[in-house]
Design a protein around this ligand. Structure first.
Ligand SMILES: *[C@@H]1O[C@H](CO)[C@@H](O)[C@H](O)[C@H]1NC(C)=O
Length: 175
């Protein structure tokens, strides 16, 4: 009997501990930098393809991650600037992010022809990163409506070796 009660408490305890919307993604984007410069970001928001703020986001349509950035050191351009995007879904069973396959579709792409406005000039600026999975239907097929997703948006410059990396968590609708 005591064992059953303890078991029940454990189950209820862990169920309440795992949130449906980690890091308050129910209402707002959570983001942080996953590189240490020379490019830094001080604000990140999401807008649709018309430039209108949108939250929750729609990962099945093109959207822009609009950042306030400071590019401190080098100008970046094609073909050196490469883009890799990783995607995770949230498991309320494991209470952890689980990596989604991207089928090689989002690895090491030419950033300047995949949604980055190049060249990336020096200094403080508004820098948009387009996220467009609409030609990656295999990835969209894995997404669930109204769920939290985590994305890593990595820019790597082959010329200088510099990285600029953003981690990004948001609630996503598929309409
Ligand atoms: C929540 O966000 C922080 C950074 O803001 C991050 O370090 C942490 O791993 C995130 N937790 C989850 C469950 O994603």
């Amino acid at each position: 009997m005591l064992g059953a009660v303890l078991f029940l408490l454990t189950v209820v305890g862990s169920a309440t501990a795992c949130q449906t919307w980690p890091n308050s993604t129910e209402t707002a984007t959570n983001w942080w930098m996953c590189s240490s410069g020379p490019m830094t970001f001080s604000a990140v928001t999401t807008v649709d393809c018309k430039g209108v703020f949108e939250y929750p986001i729609h990962l099945n349509k093109p959207l822009l991650i609009r950042t306030t950035a400071n590019n401190a050191k080098n100008v970046y351009s094609s073909p050196g600037l490469k883009q890799t995007i990783k995607v995770w879904s949230w498991s309320t069973i494991k209470c952890a992010w689980t990596s989604l396959p991207t089928f090689g579709l989002l690895n090491d792409l030419d950033a300047c022809t995949n949604g980055v406005n190049c060249p990336i000039k020096l200094g403080p600026q508004t820098l948009d990163f387009e996220l467009d999975f609409s030609d990656a239907q295999q990835i969209i097929n894995l997404l669930k409506n109204d769920s939290p997703y985590q994305l890593e948006y990595l820019l790597h410059d082959d010329v200088t070796g510099d990285d600029a990396c953003l981690m990004f968590q948001a609630r996503s609708l598929l309409q």
